[in-house]
Design a protein around this ligand. Structure first.
Ligand code: ADP
Ligand code: MG
Length: 239
């Protein structure tokens, strides 16, 4: 099985100048993910989990180490050194990210939002329309909401839309930052179902879960973080 992501000796610190404070957020992180794996990360709040994701997605510029991604378009590429153009391409076509916070554009309907994500990958209008409807239906966002603006949605509805938008693109690598944290049990099951489907389709996923129990039987490997370090690795099942 080929490696799709190799994080090598990744470190990241923050300096908050006006407070004269220095935070060592990540210290010598090493993670390898093979194609098709579903890897879980858990750990207390503030242990650095989201920072790892933001370094992969290049929201943050990491300082030390390498993040090697085996891109379909570019071949092996160090995300820490990739150009902005390459990062934009990868975000559109290969790497998806569901943040734990709700980010929806205010001036676009739910249907348009999902459709736009599919069109961005270069698919035709009709196909994008069908995929968008399938996804909205899967997440049980009522038909009455499809042509409404997400700003008017409840927290749970916004979150489900966020997840739908990332998943509809069928990215090669999907980063899930606590996607189920604020959802009710029914919605969590919906997310789990889709994760199972993506696993069957061969999507590689790295997920941060507060309640990893919920995903336990799906994970190939589980990492635990503490104070910016990986402190434990559990091998669950081979694929
Ligand atoms: P987790 O996702 O595990 O809760 P984070 O990765 O969000 O943890 O944060 C790890 C540490 O890095 C925390 O101490 C947090 O305050 C700090 N941190 C994260 N992002 C920033 C930032 N942009 N500026 C300053 N400190 C940050
Ligand atoms: Mg976090």
């Amino acid at each position: 099985m080929e490696e799709i992501l190799a994080i090598e000796h990744l470190s990241k610190s923050f300096t908050i100048h006006n407070l004269d404070k220095h935070i060592e957020a990540l210290h010598d992180i090493n993670i390898v993910i093979k194609e098709g794996e579903f890897v879980g990360i858990t750990g207390k709040s503030g242990s650095g989990k989201s920072t790892v994701f933001k370094c992969i997605y290049r929201t943050y510029a990491p300082q030390k180490g390498g993040i090697w991604y085996n891109s379909k378009e570019f071949g092996p590429i160090n995300l820490m050194e990739a150009s902005d153009r390459e990062v934009i391409y990868l975000r559109k076509h290969e790497i998806g990210y569901v943040s734990q916070f709700l980010n929806v554009m205010p001036r676009i309907t739910a249907r348009e939002l999902i459709k736009h994500a599919v069109l961005e990958k270069g698919y035709e209008e009709d196909y994008a329309e069908r995929e968008a409807e399938k996804m909205l239906e899967h997440f049980e966002l009522g038909r009455g909401l499809w042509d409404s603006y997400p700003v008017t949605f409840s927290g749970g509805e916004k979150l489900r839309l966020n997840i739908a938008r990332a998943m509809v693109k069928r990215p090669r690598l999907l980063l899930l930052d606590e996607p189920t944290a604020s959802l009710d049990y029914e919605s969590k099951l919906k997310v789990k179902e889709l994760i199972e489907q993506l696993i069957r389709e061969g999507t590689t996923m790295l997920g941060i879960f507060h309640d990893l129990e919920f995903m336990a039987n799906l994970c190939n490997r589980k990492y635990t973080m503490q104070n910016g370090k990986l402190v434990d690795t559990k091998y669950c099942s081979q694929i």
